[in-house]
Write a protein that binds this ligand. Structure first.
Ligand SMILES: *Cc1c(COP(=O)(O)O)cnc(C)c1O
Length: 366
């Protein structure tokens, strides 16, 4: 049996007639940029997240770049201000900070949740600290109450990176509505995925959203004057049309993923394997099912020999990347120990029961 980590064509095949119709409608429309599909998606996704505003943009990285840029335009952040960010994240999170001439200050994660450890945040705060960028890594929501307590005490903004956590909830509220603003990616492999590049920003802040809308469209105001040094990062109509359809299935698909995760939790019985924390509720959308083992490389080869593809998220940490070298003034031993042990198992909505059986069987055999 061959089990690739994810076959995106099989996922899209599930919705093919609807997606084809949606693309054809755009093809026949005369309003191809910032048209009706984008407007509808922004309305639908804001409603889904329970927030006032959603602005569709070109990618997840653009969502981060535009959010930080908007705070600079508002005068909330200034050049060289510090932004707290988890050391254990996808590097694009950090680029959102550095490309805005802000300084990332890395914080170690909690070993069980993989997310930023709130207990380790305060020691990294200085008079230049302006925000905490929380990443709901692998789809698991961050412990927001503790983060909010710190943010209030030091008057910091909370920006979410929700790129992996569409639909995940914290105390009944969805990701996208847990901080001051949230950046989403709809990269094809995410739980809500386009068929190309796409992203969005959600917020309840009326002032911020006005700047964000202007920034994604060159920085041009309604009179045609360019008032900010902006971006061309308008969510594409075709991607918005696709996302409007896929959004209807997001909850169902997150439930499917949760069911597969549940099978892994109950049926993987190998003392060499550490399973992730299982809260058993909606705080995790199982974007990635990440196990830990001291024998990670051996397990990955063993599974590969048996036709099962796994991935290491992330094989190079931001704290080890050349581009971020100048910001590193500390050890990140917890992050590195996680990085040496993690392995992401195949978990997606196109997997058959036989394939899930086979993954479980081979892990137990290892
Ligand atoms: C995917 C991802 C991004 C970047 O999104 P793009 O759409 O690829 O630009 C940022 N942060 C995290 C945590 C991600 O997983």
């Amino acid at each position: 049996m061959k089990i690739p980590f994810l076959e995106i064509d099989k996922v899209n095949k599930l919705y093919e007639p609807q997606l084809t119709n949606a693309v054809t409608d755009v093809l026949r429309s005369s309003n191809i940029v910032l048209g009706e599909n984008v407007r509808q998606f922004e309305e639908n996704f804001a409603k889904y997240c329970g927030v006032k505003h959603c602005v569709g943009v070109g990618s997840g990285l653009d969502a981060l770049l535009i959010t930080f840029s908007a705070y600079k335009q508002l005068g909330v952040f200034k050049d060289e201000d510090e932004i707290l960010v988890p050391a254990n994240t996808y590097f694009a999170t950090v680029l959102g900070i550095t490309k805005n001439n802000l300084v990332p200050v890395f914080v170690e994660p909690n070993e069980l949740t993989f997310n930023i450890n709130p207990e380790l945040i305060e020691e990294k705060i200085t008079h230049r600290t302006k925000a905490i960028l929380v990443v709901h890594l692998y789809g698991q929501v961050v412990e927001m109450n503790k983060i909010r307590g710190i943010a209030e005490k030091y008057n910091l903004k909370i920006i979410e990176d929700g790129a992996q956590a569409h639909g995940s909830e914290y105390q009944g509220k969805k990701v996208g509505n847990l901080g001051d603003a949230c950046a989403f990616s709809f990269y094809p492999t995410k739980n809500l995925g386009a068929i190309g590049e796409a992203g969005a920003i959600t917020t309840n802040d009326d002032n911020l959203v006005e700047i964000i809308r202007t920034l994604r469209n060159y920085g041009k105001d309604n009179n045609g004057d360019v008032i900010y040094d902006g971006f061309n990062s308008r969510l594409d109509e075709i991607q918005a049309a696709i996302l409007n359809i896929k959004l209807k299935y997001l909850d169902l698909n997150n439930e499917r993923r949760t069911r597969i995760a549940k099978r892994y939790f109950t049926e993987i019985k190998n003392p060499k394997i550490n399973l992730p924390k299982n809260s058993g509720d909606k705080s995790h959308n199982w974007h990635l099912f990440v196990i830990k083992t001291e024998k990670r490389n051996e397990l990955q080869s063993f599974l590969s020999d048996n036709g099962i593809q796994t991935i290491i998220h992330y094989s190079v940490l931001p704290t080890k990347m050349h581009i971020f070298e100048k910001y590193i003034d500390d050890d990140f031993l917890i992050t590195e120990s996680i990085q040496n042990q993690v392995l992401s198992l195949p978990l997606n909505i196109a997997m058959t029961e036989n394939e899930i059986d086979f993954v479980i069987e081979k892990i137990n055999e290892f």
